[in-house]
Ligand binder design. Structure first.
Ligand code: GLU
Length: 446
């Protein structure tokens, strides 16, 4: 049983392409709000734009959301809810708040240009309100079909934004918004309000590009008998250059980031915590963030995404990942072994780097042997201690080599590392040696 105090939030993407980090931000912030307050989370596909929405995109959004760790309580598609919007249209017409207009785009453009030339705001002049029944009949006989505008009250609309504080949007400076297109299809505004009422949405959390829509929407909520939800408008994520993310500009999508091997938590943390006063840290779960991120911590300036930080966060998450969190993924790569994982994880930038790193243990590796080190390495081979090996074997061996040859520092250690691993850097040899074992070490030395 859901208590009346239970928040109900929705994330309402338009399924017109792959979602990117900027889209993931409201998806995550809504999720945090729901988790923090024991609420419900609805995924609403805003797919009334039939020309641009696709089922394929909607399906990919579900996949991306699940990958980020979000499991909605309910999925609804606006394309399946048209009868609700039709009913709302009837009520708004009956209440005198929705009226038919017959202007073409060209006519409207010309009117706007004229208004600008006269230094007037280019808002719709409501000429259609003056049409008589005969005018309308004549226009329809000409083959024109109406689009429908909502008649704004034209007043300062106040609301207390969860994130931005007290806000006022004056609908007097706005054109009456078109709610229904000429072909009968719905623009975003009306279906959004109708669904928010029907689904019992208590909190509308979305990007601050929607603040000005909120004035109109509050008027529509009220015209339909409400209730008006609480609004929270968050700052928008920009890319490293300060540009907004955009599907149309082909900004890197969540799927691209997944394919590039980033951890879902790294993407989720960057998408949500950037532009807040919560430090970017390798949080292990979304709930951990939900518990810490109070919406007052969301900054009012833009949230600039830093790809370098994504890389370093991704690495930090992997370096702290316990074996239990890695085992299933390792086994899907044909790998296993806690000691191997604990040793190698500190060298990972992406999880799949483990495939190459594991070769340091299992082989094959290609030893790098400089001619001038050949004799030294042959001696090292001869002096390799007998098994059993542990973490002290390395220092026993290298101390003995130091005493015998007088080599020290880099001259002592680097040739050994290059021969045993084929690389200049990598995991600590004292830990690697026992995992590799004596037989394999002998084979790597000349
Ligand atoms: N489909 C709208 C968008 O993607 C939803 C905005 C809202 O949350 O109301 O911008």
């Amino acid at each position: 049983m859901i208590s009346p105090d239970t928040p109900v939030v929705r994330w309402a993407p338009s399924p017109t392409g792959r979602i990117h980090l900027g889209n993931a931000r409201p998806a995550l912030l809504n999720w945090f709000y729901a988790r923090r307050h024991g609420g419900r989370y609805i995924l609403r596909m805003d797919d009334t734009d039939l020309a641009r929405s696709t089922r394929e995109s909607a399906d990919s959004i579900e996949v991306d959301l699940a990958w980020l760790g979000i499991t909605p309580d309910l999925l609804v598609r606006q394309s399946e809810r048209t009868s609700l919007y039709d009913a709302a249209v009837k009520r708004l017409i009956a209440a005198g708040r929705l009226y038919p207009c017959y202007e073409t785009e060209d006519e409207l453009d010309r009117r706007r240009a004229r208004a600008r030339a006269l230094n007037k705001p280019p808002i719709y002049d409501r000429a259609a309100l003056k049409l008589t029944d005969e005018d309308r009949a004549r226009l329809e006989a000409e083959g024109r079909k109406p689009h429908w505008r909502f008649k704004l009250a034209g007043r300062p609309v106040h609301f207390d934004d969860l994130i931005k504080g007290a806000q006022t949007v004056n609908t007097a400076s706005m054109s009456d918004p078109v709610l229904v297109r000429e072909d009968g299809s719905y623009l975003y505004t009306l279906p959004s309000v109708v669904d928010d009422i029907d689904l019992g949405i208590t909190h509308v959390i979305r990007g601050e590009d929607h603040v000005s829509n909120t004035g109109t929407q509050i008027e529509i909520f009220e015209a339909l008998g409400g209730p008006v939800p609480t609004f929270g408008h968050h700052n928008l994520l920009t890319d490293a250059q300060g540009q907004g993310f955009s599907k149309r500009l082909g900004s890197q999508s969540i799927a691209d980031l997944r394919d590039a091997g980033y951890e879902p938590m790294a993407v989720a943390i960057m998408g949500s915590i950037t532009g807040t006063s919560l430090p970017i840290e390798p949080y292990e779960t979304l709930d951990e963030i939900a518990n810490r991120l109070d919406f007052t911590m969301i900054s009012h300036g833009p949230a600039r995404f830093d790809p370098v930080e994504l890389d370093s966060l991704n690495a930090r998450l992997l370096h702290a990942l316990p074996y239990e969190g890695a085992a299933a993924r390792l086994s899907s790569l044909g790998l296993e072994g806690e000691a191997m994982w604990l040793l190698l994880r500190a060298n990972l930038a992406k999880f799949n780097d483990i495939v190459d790193l594991a070769k340091l243990v299992t082989g094959p590796i290609e030893p790098v042997i400089a001619d001038e080190d050949r004799d030294f390495l042959a001696l090292a081979k001869a002096m390799l201690p007998p098994e059993p090996w542990d973490e002290t074997t390395w220092s026993h061996w290298t101390n003995a080599l130091k005493d015998t040859t007088g080599r020290k520092g880099k001259a002592l250690f680097l040739p050994l590392r290059l021969a045993l691993t084929g690389r200049h850097d990598g995991p600590e040899l004292k830990s690697l040696l026992p995992l590799v074992g004596r037989k394999a070490c002998l084979a790597r030395l000349p």
